[in-house]
Design a protein around this ligand. Structure first.
Ligand code: NAD
Ligand code: UDP
Length: 320
């Protein structure tokens, strides 16, 4: 009989790719989402399959699904700064109450649960690159605190269920990941820059653009998450691509990729925007035998192709 997996945040960017992956691997997938930042179209192609079910549900309220469950992936949460600044209370609730509900469900069903944490638990890091041992530098009361602290609480309650209830838990700390199905207007840097290039607008770099990020292609991320779920390791694991770039250089790279005639303009740096970010992936290499395979140029080509295929109407809708 096929293994059964519940994926929350199924209609989102990462959740939908995870649904595809587990369907390909022969699982029976139960997708759950309240569509607050996701899009039903990301998983519409799965609706006709017998081994896929969709539950339109808010995980901050009691979660129940019929039948046995072998695994749970908890990916529901706004993930982009403009989303979680717009819906701060929901962000805190999905990381805290939502995670509590899913841990309770995992306990009831005797399922293994993997929760989606983030490099944001390191805040504006004072250690570089970031290892899993680093405790982080988060402003609890700053605007980004709603996301960072929800995710930090999520990790704590997950470890508590592991220690006190013996639940099988996994924690992935995801670093900036990109690819097809990101929402054009989600405000994250890749959809923002590509959307601007496609609409013939200048590219908006925040601050002086000297802050860095390290971008991981979605296929690599999904492979890392898959390996972690099936591993026997319950401490957090960083999954990301260590290839770091400044945002200004990245804007120039996107100008070359898209061939746009537009230029870079500068806007104020959002409060608490981390100045540098690069994962130390030694743990993932050693424990999961994982490392990213897709170069930024290859991944960005594929991502650009996806955004180019969207309709003009959709492109214009995404303007801020
Ligand atoms: P996304 O916004 O595309 O997907 C999140 C999904 O969760 C959406 O479909 C949304 O509708 C759903 N959701 C939100 N609140 C919900 C609730 N209360 N009940 C049910 N569904 C709800 O974001 P994403 O980039 O796919 O991120 C997915 C997960 O990965 C998040 O937990 C995020 O924190 C984590 N993450 C992502 C990245 C990244 O670079 N993409 C980095 C670090 C962590
Ligand atoms: N950024 C930018 N211009 C934009 C959107 C984002 O310069 O139009 C910057 C942002 O300030 C941050 C980096 O790009 O330094 C990555 O931002 P994103 O929102 O993608 O991810 P996060 O800050 O959560 O890593």
């Amino acid at each position: 009989m096929a293994k059964r997996i519940l994926i929350t945040g199924a209609a989102g960017f990462l959740g939908s790719h995870l649904c595809d992956k587990f369907i390909r691997e022969g699982y029976h997938v139960l997708g759950m989402d309240n569509l607050i930042t996701g899009d039903r179209r990301n998983i519409e192609h799965l609706f006709k399959l017998e081994n896929f079910e969709f539950y339109h549900h808010d995980v901050t309220t009691f979660v129940h699904v019929p039948g046995k469950l072998d695994y749970i992936l908890h990916f529901a949460s706004p993930a982009s700064p403009i989303d979680y600044l717009k819906i701060p209370i929901q962000t805190l609730k999905v990381g805290s109450l939502g995670t509590h509900n899913l841990l309770g469900l995992a306990k009831e069903k005797n399922a293994r649960i993997l929760i989606a944490s983030t490099s944001e638990v390191y805040g504006d890091p004072l250690v570089h690159p970031q290892t899993e041992e680093y405790y982080g530098n988060v402003n609890t009361i700053g605007p980004r605190g709603v996301y960072d602290e929800a995710k930090r609480f999520q990790e704590s309650i997950t470890m508590a269920y592991h220690r006190y209830h013996g639940l099988e838990t996994r924690i992935v700390r995801i670093f900036n990941t990109y690819g097809p199905r990101m929402r054009l207007n989600d405000g994250r840097v890749i959809p923002a820059f590509i959307g601007q290039a496609l609409r013939g607008e200048d590219l908006t770099v925040f601050g002086d653009g000297s802050q860095t990020r390290s971008f991981c292609y979605v296929d690599d991320q999904v492979d890392g998450i898959y390996r972690l779920l099936l591993s026997d390791y319950s401490e957090p694991v960083n999954i990301g691509n260590p290839h770091e770039i400044t945002i200004k250089d990245f804007a120039e790279e996107i100008i070359r990729l898209t061939g746009t005639n537009q230029k870079i303009i500068y806007k104020p740096l959002p409060q608490d925007d981390p100045m540098q970010r690069q994962p130390d992936i030694t743990r993932a290499r050693e424990i999961l035998g994982w490392e990213p395979k897709v170069s930024r140029s290859e991944g960005m080509e594929k991502t650009y192709e996806y955004f180019k295929s969207l309709s003009q109407e959709e492109l214009n809708k995404s303007e801020h």
